[in-house]
Ligand binder design. Sequence first.
Ligand code: SPD
Length: 339
Amino acid sequence: MFAWLAACSPGANEQGKARPVTLHLFTWSDYTEESVVKEFERRFGVKVVTDTFGSNEELLAKLQGGAAGYDVVVPSDYMVSILIKQGLLAELDHAKIPNLAHVYKHLKGLYYDPQNTYSLPYLWGTTGIGYNADLVKPPPESWQALWDARYKGKISLLNDEREVFGMALRAAGESLNATQPAKLEAAKARLMAQKALVKTYTSENYDQLLVSGEVALAHGWSGTVLRAADERPSIKYVIPKEGGTIWQDNLCVLKSSAHKDEAMAFINFLLEPQVAALITSKVKYASASEEARLFVPKEIAQNPAIYPPASVVARLEWIKDVGEAIKLYDRAWTELKVK
Ligand code: SPD
């Protein structure tokens, strides 16, 4: 699978230099293509150890709690802003990441890191509803489907406070970045009323719950639902008419990393077009690499659920750092989960 890589770029180990470095990657669950990691290890003589998280808040809590030893982390957009403010990210050396040239221009320099000083775009996607068309009739068009009592006990929501509150806010026609206490209270009341219908809040196994039929409707991320659909074709993905989240996950190096050169080499490797194409083919999220799209199978490159057209993107909103208002979200989320 990787013959072309070995041929075009000699790795450090091929020159006989053993580098006893272990790089620690902290990323989303189900977000890695094993053959890619193996190829990096082979070419660079660097071992990669992967640990996973299920939400941006979990990543932040682990880093704030002093989790030591991670080198490369993969926060989403708004979390990049927060990690920058907290002084946790290292500046990237663009000269060591020439594959940045392949990244779509419109995905660079976004609001959370205008010069890409600390982060480079990696994979992006959307948040919508995964549903089993054999069980859910008619097909959902609105977030209100997640409040449909006919599906009591067969609904899952992401275990993610910004996504869940964002969804409840959008369902009511509000911005998913609302900060007014009254709007958040109203969203919490709607989510409390919905709770009796919800089987589970999970960001990590709703694809399997959809496949097994235990869940008929899942609030979820595009690629994860599409992977479930590969296993069970009656599973479909829709972005409700009220709109939802667009997000981008990013490659960053921690300021505390002891292996910054290897971390930059790893980021450059992940953005190599054919490597990025393999990752997208596996995880079903759109690659930030424009060139990568040339190397993915047609069913992926032309799938509007993976690469949504501009008319769909226009209905989507980015989650942003809400500053001090995050305390309102945190409190409301805790109340929702404990009651
Ligand atoms: N299973 C990995 C899914 C990665 C999703 N990125 C999350 C964006 C959150 N707003």
